[in-house]
Design a protein around this ligand. Sequence first.
Ligand code: NI
Length: 135
Amino acid sequence: MKVCRRATFNAAHRLFREDWSDEQNKDIFGKCSNPNYHGHNYVLEVWLDGKIDPETGYVIDLKILKNYIKEEITERFDHRNLNLDCAEFKDLNPTAENIALVCWRLLRSRLDSRYKLTIKLWETENNVVECDGKG
Ligand code: NI
């Protein structure tokens, strides 16, 4: 049985590599590499796969999952500049893929091992990545 809690956060980022020239960054990352950053309204879906607890009827109390997401993700990344404000991306390009992997690891650390965790991160209405912990 799979259950999902959804959350949103807004954050700014810039995609670039310091070891590449401006031209190379622009070639690969396009507008996403603009030096003055840009923002996204990220939508995070956190999916847990587990068994229904016969006592409660829940796979997990979604209030608990909501709090984990708030503590680990929203309070950390919402209204931040991911490149400048967040140690997680000091040396990691904040692509949707890398943000999803960071979010997965943060949430995994809070969840009982009986749950299989998958997250989806929507960067725009049209772009989504799915992460099960493997880069
Ligand atoms: Ni972007």
